[in-house]
Ligand binder design. Structure first.
Ligand code: ZN
Ligand code: ZN
Length: 272
């Protein structure tokens, strides 16, 4: 049984296809998914999925790339996070990849938005779903400054270096790998995945984007997450079933708090 820890099933690519998606998930033994929110405007639809289906959960947050949308306050996020089946704050973080001619200094609004999310996560004791692109130094600095280790969370769709992974692990965060892990030009990322202990790995699709090989370039779907698991199993030289079990257990521990055990900072060092 697999879990897709990050997908966007409310995006237009999936309009009125939810039954087909769920059937494909069942056939692929993907039995759970976390539906990720990117704007407050989108939240009711994301939340409705989690209310309608007992194997879907929802996050609440405003993506760093979302511009011209409602700006959340800490109080807004706390209120929505208190609704049933909301299990995470995000996705949030920093994205300096598309600056559109602006300087990094001019992205102060993104950093402030990120801090608002971290404060909401600390106030609600919910984990953070962190998006970081071309901005790892500022992302890690803000997490440290805000004391985000107490909330924990995941660096989703990880594409950073082993050093960034190590720092994220030290902060108690999980690392989530997407279909990028299967891309031919992702040798460096595969090395990072070898380094991250399986006990701290999650798997995701980030549907509708980033379909894993051999579906690269097509619309992604949660039913493809076993392909990410298979790549991870190859890198870890362990049975596919182990990856499925451990990453599903990690999902339960992080987002559903089904056991008392939380990751301790530095615990990966024992596994190095
Ligand atoms: Zn993202
Ligand atoms: Zn996403």
């Amino acid at each position: 049984m697999y879990v897709d820890s990050h997908c966007h099933l409310t995006f237009p690519e999936f309009a009125s296809r939810i039954d087909a998606i769920r059937a494909a998930m069942a056939a692929a033994r993907v039995d759970r998914a976390l539906c990720i929110c990117t704007t407050l405007e989108e939240f009711p639809e994301v939340h409705a999925l989690a209310l309608r289906y007992d194997n879907f959960w929802a996050s609440v947050g405003v993506h760093p790339d979302s511009e011209g949308v409602a700006e959340p306050t800490v109080a807004d996020l706390i209120a929505l996070a208190g609704l049933p089946r909301v299990v995470a704050i995000g996705e949030t973080g920093l994205d300096y990849y598309r600056l559109d001619g602006r300087s990094v200094e001019a992205m102060a609004w993104q950093r402030e938005r990120f801090r608002v999310h971290v404060r909401a996560a600390l106030a609600t004791a919910l984990p953070l779903v962190v998006h970081t692109r071309s901005a790892s130094r500022d992302t890690l600095a803000i997490l440290r400054e805000e004391g985000a280790a107490a909330a924990g969370g995941v660096f989703h769709c990880f594409t950073e270096t082993a050093d960034v992974a190590r720092t994220a692990l030290d902060l108690g965060f999980y690392i989530s790998f997407s279909g990028i892990l299967t891309f031919r030009n992702a040798a460096e990322l595969r090395d990072v995945a070898r380094f991250v202990p399986l006990e701290r790995c999650l798997i995701e699709t980030d549907s509708p984007y980033l379909a894993p090989a051999p579906h690269r370039g097509r619309t992604n779907s949660p039913s493809y997450v076993p392909l990410v698991a298979a790549q991870l199993a190859e890198l870890k030289q362990c049975p596919l079933q182990t990856v499925a079990q451990v990453t599903s257990g990690n999902f339960e521990r992080l987002f559903r708090r089904t056991t008392e055990v939380r990751p301790e900072a530095h615990d990966h060092e024992k596994l190095d």
